[in-house]
Design a protein around this ligand. Structure first.
Ligand code: NAI
Ligand code: COI
Ligand code: MG
Length: 351
């Protein structure tokens, strides 16, 4: 079994060290190969996603990804910016299904942005489409005939793109509480109207799952008012990006939310995938040993489960994180003082 490790920029390398500590502690027979990505890769190789990095990912069973984003690169042409590396990987590897679970860890209710009795109900899974929407449509800043500049990003979903993510979401719901909420903006957007029509069509194949629909503005409000109503939420790329950051503060911190990005390619032991925290490179705290590595460590757990078929090991890692939190191990993002390596060590000690 082979994993490609792409640490990236900002806090990426700091949290990747901690995930590797956890992997080492499990003593598994896994080959680990590192590669450059993001601003780090641009500075070394002139491109945020060098061909050798992409080739390594393709030749691996799974990719463990830190984060990309570097303020030094903000004025580069768009195709050279660090963020293009993660967008490029998602597209080149056809990773269209992004699973973002948000669950309340026992004992952490006091850190939620919500009242503890509301927060304690949270156990949801956001299934975010990852290969379409405005992120991948034609985009430009052009000059109109009257001299005004206009920016545009073309939003679209083809029916097959909606159908395949809908199937992933319905199957996920079948393995949980059998509730699926599809989030869109069908009252305004044609893209969303097609999304809704196709989700309804697919629902015919899953009579055991209760499907509901919600406009995204209401969903943002309901996520704060009564998040316990949600089991699986399926939505497009942009809405899923935003709602998952919001969900993270409902359970305490963005430093806790992991993700799996999956496609259809099967490995010998599961599904090929890329695993990353939902947060970015956090330049404001990079290099200070303050980043919470738990989202990265929980992403490793998802990798073990989905790509390597190591369910017991995945559960062990998740239990070690939960135990560390229960024991009061908290970084600055959770109102504590534990540094990045201290948190990683605490998780390893509980494995
Ligand atoms: N998949 C990726 O690689 C992503 C990359 N980005 C990029 O990251 C850069 C920074 O973006 P931001 O909007 O600031 O979002 P961000 O998620 O990097 O940071 C937002 C806030 O959360 C905090 N934070 C994030 N992760 C944390 C952790 N593990 N522990 C403690 N605190 C944490 C940061 O310090 C910051 O105050 C940008 O270049 C952006 O494009 C953003 C999101 C995803
Ligand atoms: C291209 C990324 C920066 C998008 C993002 O914020 C995410 O995937 O969470
Ligand atoms: Mg995001």
């Amino acid at each position: 079994m082979k994993i490609a490790c792409l640490a990236g920029d900002g806090i990426g390398p700091e949290i990747m060290v901690e995930a590797k500590k956890v992997l080492d502690a499990l003593s598994l027979d896994i080959e680990v190969a590192d590669a450059d990505v993001g601003g780090t890769a641009y500075k070394k190789h002139g491109h945020p996603l060098p061909p050798e990095t992409l080739e390594l990912c393709k030749a691996s069973d799974a990719v463990l990804f830190g984060a990309v984003g570097d303020p030094d690169c903000d004025n580069l042409e768009r195709h050279l910016r660090p963020e293009q590396a993660i967008l490029g990987l998602r597209q080149a590897l056809t990773l269209f299904a992004n699973l973002r679970p948000a669950t309340m860890f026992p004992g952490l209710e006091d850190m939620s942005a919500l009242r503890p009795e509301v927060a304690s109900q949270i156990d949801l899974l956001i299934v975010r489409e990852l290969n379409g929407d405005v992120y991948f449509g034609e985009k430009a800043i052009r000059t109109l005939d009257d001299g005004r500049r206009q920016g545009y990003d073309f939003m679209s979903y083809a029916e097959d793109e909606v159908r395949r993510i809908a199937h992933v979401a319905f199957r996920a719901a079948q393995g949980r509480k059998k509730l699926l909420c599809s989030v869109d903006k069908a009252n305004v957007l044609e893209t969303s109207q097609l999304w809704r029509d196709v989700v309804i069509e697919v629902s015919g194949e899953y009579p055991d799952v209760t499907l509901s629909h919600m406009y995204v503005d209401n969903a943002a409000m309901q996520l704060v008012r009564n998040p316990g109503q949600f089991d699986v939420v399926v939505t497009g790329n942009l809405f899923g990006d935003i709602l998952s950051d919001q969900a993270s503060m409902c359970v305490g911190s963005i430093g806790l939310l992991a993700s799996a990005s999956l496609g259809e390619r099967q490995t010998d032991h599961g599904t090929f995938g890329l695993y990353e925290p939902i947060h970015g490179s956090a330049p404001d705290i990079a290099g200070q040993g303050k980043a919470n590595p738990m989202a990265m460590i929980l992403s490793l757990a998802m990798l073990l489960r989905h790509s390597l078929g190591l369910e017991a090991e995945a559960a062990k890692v998740e239990a070690a994180v939960a135990k560390a939190l229960e024991d009061g191990v908290r970084g600055g993002d959770l109102g504590g003082s534990a540094g990045t390596s201290e948190v990683g060590d605490a998780v390893v000690a509980r494995l």
